[in-house]
Ligand binder design. Structure first.
Ligand SMILES: Cc1cc2nc3c(=O)[nH]c(=O)nc-3n(C[C@H](O)[C@H](O)[C@H](O)COP(=O)(O)OP(=O)(O)OC[C@H]3O[C@@H](n4cnc5c(N)ncnc54)[C@H](O)[C@@H]3O)c2cc1C
Length: 468
């Protein structure tokens, strides 16, 4: 069989693959483009669940509206009118401390103004001004304790439980906060670095004071974004689902892609896959450039949905997170019906509780009934909940969350050398340089620009905001 020939073949139709295709099509509509997806449906980790008038998420619940690439994508998908927002400035988050929910300011430095930690611990934070940068590959916990003191560890734990479902003793600071590490190295202190950046921004004319961003989703849930992007591609035959790729061969003019439904030849190959499936597929095709790791750890979580009538006293806000030192069953919960409209039937409320993560994979083995009971008991100690819940369900997502632990920065260096050696091969996706949707859309645009041989922003590390 003579294989088909394309300018670009994208493997994976999660948000990374779909956004790469959308950016490419917008810039170069003449490109012969094909997206191959192994599952029957596109979207990858993104999926929306609906039952009995409740609407919840299998994966991401939203993303911040401070990313130009994601905004462009929403517009290209024709979804501007369906956006729903929850501004960080109006909604609060809670951290469970000493068995009760404590309201946390959205900006980390404001934590110092609140009576959340003792005065001595607040003064210890200033030691950052003269602490030397830690050498080697410190964990997030080692780094926070060294620069700011142990009192801030529960807050760091909450941040990385909420984003990575991770373990701050294992996540590496250089991997999860490369921009902050760079500030630390340049200025000898994070506080000095942040002040310097703020002064620099203040000196620039016409720079508006940065407002807190909003969390965004869509009226029909997060699935609307991949649905709309995929519909456009499928209608023109650019997307084939249920067609997994099992092999890759390097050829003179590009790549030969071996897929379940046949072979495809392409000039540019984009692997828009999470790190582990990417390494599995690519390593045999690059025998002279073996990756330093064959796989990275993943954290799996599940959600327990609890629906209540108006009697439930759920505090107003996004939700809460529980640091490990609290020894609770639930990692945290989203107060979903506060965040976005239409998540529960009229007069009802929805909680989405998260269980498992890097530290407690054993909890994922429990039955639905055991999980619902344990979560209900746990949350019932933190807020007033009527018995029994009006609605319950357990969602067990397939996707794990890549953990940026020991050796990860070496893996990123390997990716750089692969890109340098193969200018027609492009690796992006879940766990490559970030794990959030905005990280994926930024990388997708960079891939599209590289393919279009346009100038890119380069490999600078941005300093990301930390929001609870
Ligand atoms: C439980 C959970 C909660 C999350 N919450 C948030 C959140 O609140 N906010 C946020 O910003 N981000 C969140 N994320 C992260 C976000 O979901 C990811 O950043 C994003 O979905 C990753 O997209 P991707 O396309 O890179 O990878 P994926 O979504 O994994 O897509 C990869 C696709 O490739 C396909 N594929 C794999 N192997 C092959 C093959 N050999 N051939 C063909 N196709 C293949 C897969 O089937 C899949 O469709 C969460 C993730 C999870 C798992």
């Amino acid at each position: 069989m003579q294989p088909s020939i394309y300018d670009v073949c994208i493997v994976g139709a999660g948000i990374s693959g779909l956004s790469t295709a959308a950016f490419l099509q917008a810039a170069q509509p003449e490109l012969q483009l094909l997206v191959l997806e192994e599952s029957p449906d596109p979207g990858g980790a993104i999926g929306t669940y609906s039952a009995s008038g409740y609407q919840a998420e299998w994966g991401p619940h939203g993303f911040l509206d401070n990313c130009e690439e994601s905004r462009m994508l929403i517009n290209m998908a024709g979804l501007d009118a369906e956006v729903t927002t929850a501004p960080l400035g109006e909604f609060v988050r809670y951290v469970c401390l000493d068995g009760r929910l404590r309201c946390i300011p959205q900006k980390p430095l404001q934590i110092l103004k609140e009576p959340l930690i003792p005065m001595r611990a607040k003064l210890r934070v200033l030691a950052d001004l003269w602490k030397k940068p830690l050498a080697g590959e410190p964990s997030v916990a080692q780094w926070v304790a060294h620069r700011f003191g142990n009192a801030l560890l529960p807050f760091a734990d909450a941040v990385y439980t909420g984003t990575y479902a991770g373990d701050i003793e294992r996540l590496k600071i250089d991997a999860v906060m490369p921009g902050v590490r760079e500030l630390e190295r340049q200025h000898g202190s994070v506080i000095r670095g942040v002040i310097g950046k703020m002064r620099g921004a203040g000196r620039q004319k016409n720079v508006k004071k940065k407002e807190l961003p909003s969390m965004i989703s869509f009226a029909g849930g997060m699935a609307r974004l991949p649905e709309r992007l995929a519909a456009g591609l499928a209608a023109t035959g650019h997307l084939v689902c249920g067609n997994g790729v099992y092999g890759l061969l390097r050829e003179n003019e590009g790549w030969r892609v071996l897929a379940e439904q046949g072979e495809v030849c392409c000039r540019h190959l984009v692997l828009a896959l999470p790190v582990n499936p990417c390494l599995k597929l690519l390593a045999p095709a690059l025998p002279t450039m073996p990756p330093p790791l064959t796989a990275i750890p993943e954290a799996r979580i599940l959600s327990v949905l609890l629906g209540f009538d108006a009697r439930a006293r759920i505090p107003f806000g996004f939700g809460y997170l529980a640091p490990e030192q609290e020894q609770r069953f639930t990692l945290g919960a989203l107060f979903s019906s506060h965040m976005f409209p239409g998540r529960a039937p009229a007069g009802h409320q929805l909680l989405e509780a998260l269980v498992g993560g890097r530290r407690h994979p054993e909890r994922l083995e429990l039955t639905d009934a055991q999980l619902i009971e344990a979560v209900y008991r746990d949350l019932g100690q933190l807020m007033e909940l009527p018995e029994p819940p009006h609605f319950t369900a357990v969602l067990r997502p397939r996707s794990g969350i890549p953990q940026l632990e020991a050796g990860y920065t070496g893996l990123l260096e390997w990716r750089k050398s692969v890109h340098a050696a193969h200018d027609q091969l492009h690796l992006c996706g879940f766990g490559w340089k970030g794990i959030g949707i905005n990280d994926m859309t930024k990388e997708a645009r960079q891939v599209a620009l590289r393919i279009g041989a346009q100038s890119t922003k380069g490999e600078q590390h941005e300093v990301k905001g930390v929001y609870f």
